[in-house]
Design a protein around this ligand. Structure first.
Ligand SMILES: Cc1cc2nc3c(=O)[nH]c(=O)nc-3n(C[C@H](O)[C@H](O)[C@H](O)COP(=O)(O)O)c2cc1C
Length: 191
């Protein structure tokens, strides 16, 4: 049984990144993956306060919903992250979630402990949606953030779907080609 975690980073339900993430999830499920979707906005996740607590044991000392997320990330064979582009980066909700993974960074680089006890490398995929049609570097910042996140989590960046020109809520649902692309990406991620 292969486990996929879909991390939904937009505060807007049924929006563009939600629609594409759902397609990717359907694709993964069509290939037998067991999928859990994490809707970040439904959880209380404080930003990292740089207290340095994780440097001692590799675990975050802030007691909130992020504590439920760490084991899901460790158990995952695949991780798909979906986010809108906000001011050239990922959403604030997703960024807080990622920053709290500094505990994994400490585990790996300060304490020299494995992320997964069996040394497994997970597979990662990124879906981003933006309103602007084009623009130099529209996705560059977000892609770098997700690559760093995956790297810390011993997760290989397998690819991305970066969709410009999606302003209106839900317009991604009318783009058959994009929906198919997301479905196919989810389907083949864990193969
Ligand atoms: C706070 C905020 C900042 C945004 N910043 C950008 C931006 O820098 N570039 C861009 O192209 N679109 C920007 N957008 C538009 C969204 O990225 C776009 O509408 C996206 O498709 C929304 O995805 P969602 O429906 O999944 O939330 C911004 C939207 C909001 C609300």
């Amino acid at each position: 049984m292969l486990r996929l975690v879909g991390i939904f980073g937009s505060p807007r339900r049924d929006g563009n990144s939600d629609i594409l993430l759902n397609s990717a999830i359907k694709g993964a499920e069509s290939n037998g993956a067991v999928v859990e979707k994490i809707i970040i906005r439904d959880f209380q996740i404080a930003p990292c306060n740089s207290c340095g607590g994780c440097w001692e044991k590799g675990v975050c000392v802030i007691d909130d919903d992020m504590q439920k997320m760490y084991p899901k990330l460790v158990d995952a064979d695949g991780i798909i992250v979906a986010s809108p582009i906000y001011f050239m980066g990922v959403s604030a909700q997703l960024k807080a979630f990622i920053d709290r993974c500094q505990a994994f960074w400490a585990r790996k680089y300060v304490l020299h402990l494995p992320i997964r006890d069996d040394g497994r490398i997970a597979k990662g995929f990124f879906i981003a949606t933006a309103a602007r049609d084009t623009g130099e570097g529209l996705f560059t910042g977000a892609v770098k953030t997700i690559k760093a996140f995956f790297h810390v989590l011993d997760t290989q960046y397998m690819g991305d779907i970066l969709c410009a020109g999606l302003e209106e809520k839900g317009v991604a649902g009318k783009k058959q080609e994009l929906l198919q692309q997301a479905f196919d990406a989810g389907k083949k991620l864990l193969v």
